[in-house]
Design a protein around this ligand. Structure first.
Ligand code: G3P
Length: 217
């Protein structure tokens, strides 16, 4: 399973990339606004830090303008994945960009039917939002299970990129379902490292080691 990080905070990205666990980055207009940075500049910087796909989202809602935006974004770096919303215009843009060999991440997916359309439009990634479905009383992970099954049934090359992840359980469930990618808020990636028994065990080892009076170096 690939891990992308869901942030436009360049310091967080640098820090987490140094772990060797980051396979890509996703951004969206809200994350760009939160970063307080110029969109094109920060995305270019992210592409220099991370080798894998970096999603940059179009903001136009009509096909012609979205396509122009997508083409411009794709020129920032070779590892740009243009992000388009799951609308009719978004999927038309997806098809046109994919036909040109540009990676496309189709975002704001909330149903299996939408995911099926995105795969047929040639999406590189489909981003179902699990946390936002949970928020309205539906089980977001049910959608992941459905999309993984449908894509397997038809051998679609589109990768399932689990988005709107809120906690480590989402990550483990997505991995058990065989989703290809999870995009994690930095906090969730850090949470994956932790277990209270690891902390407790390490504490015990350190106390016992100190009592030996030895050092390794
Ligand atoms: O980047 C898309 C998605 O991961 C957003 O998540 O937490 O705003 O629902 P969230």
């Amino acid at each position: 399973m690939k891990f992308f990080i869901d942030t436009a905070d360049i310091e967080e990205i640098r820090d987490l990339a140094s772990t060797g666990l980051v396979d890509g980055v996703t951004t969206n207009p809200s994350l760009i606004a939160k970063s307080g940075r110029n969109f094109l500049e920060v995305v270019a910087e992210i592409c220099e830090v991370v080798d894998g796909p970096v999603s940059a989202e179009c903001v136009a809602l009509d096909f012609e303008t979205m396509l122009k935006e997508g083409r411009k974004l794709s020129k920032i770096a070779d590892n740009i994945a243009v992000k388009v919303p799951l609308t009719e215009a978004g999927l038309k843009t997806c098809k046109a960009l994919s036909d040109d060999g540009i990676m496309v991440n189709v975002t704001l997916c909330f149903s299996a039917a939408q995911a099926l359309l995105a795969a047929k439009a040639g999406a590189t990634f489909i981003s179902p939002f699990v946390g936002r479905l949970d928020d309205i009383g539906q089980d977001g992970m049910d959608l992941i299970a459905d999309v993984v099954t449908i894509y397997e049934n038809y051998d679609f090359a589109t990768e399932v990129l689990v988005a709107s992840i809120r906690h480590p359980v989402h990550v483990v469930q997505a991995a058990k379902m065989g989703a290809g990618v999870a995009t994690l808020p930095p906090k969730v990636l850090r949470q994956l490292f932790g277990h209270p028994l690891t902390d407790k065990g390490l504490d015990g080892f350190m106390k016992d080691w100190a009592a030996t009076g030895q050092s390794i170096l």
